[in-house]
Ligand binder design. Structure first.
Ligand code: UD1
Length: 419
């Protein structure tokens, strides 16, 4: 199993080119199922999760090619609507094929994803929403079997909580439904707007982009198009955090400051100088120790849960103390014991954590537990005294493209070791 060996103490400086967003790439891939002519998606990040979904879609019989940063898909060869447990269990976002399959082919059998390290993460809202559009749903032997006679029917969907995946699944399904669908309490993450923009390019009729009410007027068919995946705001924030924790200066390029304003505000509150360009962001910590900052994770446009672990790591060496509340997932502090092994002072009570900054972290063997938590350990290791070994980095490979090369490019001493 691969591990990272990181020698801490370097002030990171330079430029990092940001990749396409994993969380946009996955729904865009699922949406290819809706197109009746070939579709090409560029700026596709080369990640384990993207490869998993490409494999799943290929298993449906779709002719799908993934070369460089480009995916081409042609659904004319699709011959089944089955997503097996083996693939779905490795990536929860596989459930995103459910809506497109039932909308276009009237039937789908998709494995239930099950829980994961950060919480139980049910898909009840996805299923309830599809039922509201007339799908008949049965859950049997760990599989969701969805069926509809003819087309789905437009209807009113009101989510009980803000769900990113649920909004995406039903948005895709509604594009081919008969009539108008109103999605209320919809998630507003930039990746949803990216999906809506591609669906519109495919011929869909969607209004209310960037708001919590999406109105979709169904059409009979959607066609292929060329589309580029939006920049990864979480990857952007993660590399800016690397500058903040090492007192360095990093410019992220091929990104968009508008995607992560709330996170940039927090960096400024820490005392960093943040400069925004049209498609770049630079963070200069000017060798200073950041001030610890409090925040609460909430749906977009508020502070993203996917940046919680990284900012906790920066707070760990901050001046003063900060309170962090996690309101999206029930078990998303698994990085705390690992950060504590490196000398961080963090007290957890339920979904709140109080971080009291220490002057120095120290190297220790640690273990990655989930995707974003893993990056918080990389950050801590970059700032720590000594050499840190991070185990189970397969979690990182799910979501950070070329991470060693990007970090080495800004002066980090990181290498991948196996065994
Ligand atoms: C997506 C992101 C993930 C991010 C999360 C929240 C992708 C591929 N993943 O995950 O990186 O951390 O949004 O911003 O885009 N819930 C239910 N029932 C449902 C659906 C969700 O109870 O049917 C709960 C979940 O357990 C969770 C909360 O709602 O506590 C938010 O989940 P959701 O927004 O759906 O997250 P994902 O789409 O899985």
């Amino acid at each position: 199993m691969d591990k990272f060996l990181i020698q801490g103490g370097q002030k990171l400086e330079g430029e990092v080119r940001i990749s396409g967003a994993k969380n946009a790439a996955l729904p865009l891939l699922a949406a290819t199922i809706l197109a009746d002519s070939p579709i090409r998606i560029s700026n596709m990040p080369n990640l384990r999760d993207v490869n998993t979904l490409v494999k799943l879609i290929a298993g449906l019989g779709v002719t799908i090619e993934y070369v460089g940063d480009m995916v081409t898909a042609d659904t004319s060869t699709l011959n089944n609507q089955f997503a097996p447990y083996d693939l779905v269990k490795t990536m929860r976002a596989s459930i995103l094929v459910l809506g497109p399959l039932v909308a276009r082919y009237g039937e789908a059998k998709v494995s239930l994803p099950g829980g994961c390290a950060i919480g139980s993460r049910p898909v009840d809202q996805h299923l309830k929403a599809l039922e509201a559009l007339g799908a008949h749903i049965e859950v049997e032997n760990g599989y969701v079997h969805a069926k509809v006679d003819g087309r789905l029917k437009g209807g009113e969907v009101i989510f009980d909580m803000v769900t990113v995946g649920g909004t995406e699944n039903i948005l895709m399904a509604a594009t081919l439904a008969d009539g108008v669908t109103t999605i209320r309490n919809a998630a507003r993450e930039p990746e949803i707007t990216d999906l809506a923009n591609m669906l519109i390019k495919m011929g869909a009729k969607i209004e209310g982009l960037d708001t919590d009410t999406l109105v979709v007027t169904g059409v009979e068919s959607l066609h292929g198009c060329d589309y580029a995946v939006v920049a990864d705001r979480i990857e952007t924030g993660s590399y800016l955090a690397a500058a903040a924790i090492t007192g360095g200066r990093v410019r992220t390029t091929h990104t968009d400051p508008a995607l992560l304003e709330c996170v940039l505000d927090k960096f400024e509150e820490m005392g960093a100088e943040v400069t925004r360009g049209e498609d770049w962001i630079e963070l200069d910590m000017q060798g200073k120790r950041p001030k610890a900052v409090s925040f609460r994770t909430l749906p977009h446009p508020d502070f993203p849960t996917d940046m919680q672990a990284q900012l906790m790591a920066v707070n760990a060496i901050g001046r003063g103390f900060a309170t962090i509340s996690e309101t999206i997932f029930e078990n998303r502090f698994m990085h705390v014991p690992e950060l504590s092994r490196m000398g961080a002072n963090i007290q957890v009570e339920g979904n709140d954590a109080v971080v009291t900054g220490v002057e120095k972290l120290s190297a220790a063997p640690v273990m990655a537990t989930d995707l974003r938590a893993s990056f918080s350990l990389v950050l801590a290791a970059l700032a720590a005294e000594g050499e840190t070994l991070i185990d189970r980095i397969y979690h990182i490979d799910r979501g950070y493209e070329h991470i060693e090369a990007k970090l080495q490019g800004i002066g980090a001493k990181i290498k991948r070791v196996s065994g």
